[in-house]
Write a protein that binds this ligand. Structure first.
Ligand SMILES: [Mg+2]
Ligand SMILES: [Zn+2]
Length: 186
């Protein structure tokens, strides 16, 4: 029997890009929970489209302690996420969130690995060749903890966090689109 060289069975796993939400995919809004406050960057749609065209799984990983703090409900957050999925031309493959307080000691709050582990259980991810993009130290730390390449973007908290990094990201990029170009042109 001859092998079909195009068969995905030989390598059924896809590279993934894990992306932070606030300050990275969309504008940073303190404890965003109203759909009407949702603001995209001019390049948000293009960046996600590029990744999907290149065959990456795109996974949102977001700390939403506003839920644990009682500032907004999980349902309100889901409404924001549903709107994001409706607005994007190319859809996110999955969205994971941590609703807990920073000091709750949970396994899912970034930089802990819980959300990435959940994604690995749900999706055929080639982790070794995957990436993390975010604007905070904890996003960089998450990428390093997972053994994937983190890119710090300078939107959101990025400029503030750049000087305070203890461990270096793989790269620093102006914004999400630049980060995506670094990833897709490799
Ligand atoms: Mg962020
Ligand atoms: Zn959590």
């Amino acid at each position: 029997m001859s092998k079909d060289p195009k068969s995905k069975i030989q390598n059924p796993k896809s590279k993934a890009v894990f992306i932070d939400r606030d300050g990275t995919l969309i504008e940073e809004v303190n404890f965003l929970h109203r759909v009407e406050d949702l603001q995209y960057f001019s390049y948000t749609d293009e960046a996600i489209r590029l990744l999907k065209e290149k065959g990456f799984l795109v996974v949102l990983v977001t700390n939403q302690s506003g839920i644990g703090r009682g500032i907004y409900t999980e349902d309100q957050m889901h409404s924001v996420h549903a709107k994001i999925q409706t607005d994007l031309t190319a859809k996110l493959d999955a969205i994971y969130f941590c609703p807990h307080l920073p000091n709750a000691g949970c396994a899912c709050r970034k930089p802990n690995l819980g959300m990435i582990e959940a994604a690995l259980a749900d999706l055929p991810i080639d982790l070794e060749n995957s990436w993390m993009i975010g604007d905070k130290i904890l996003d960089v730390e998450l990428g390093l903890n997972a053994g994937i390449k983190p890119i710090l973007v300078l939107t959101g908290y990025g400029k503030k966090h750049l000087d305070k990094l203890q461990r270096k990201p793989y790269r620093v990029a102006e914004n999400l689109l630049e980060a995506v170009k670094i990833i897709t042109e490799l």
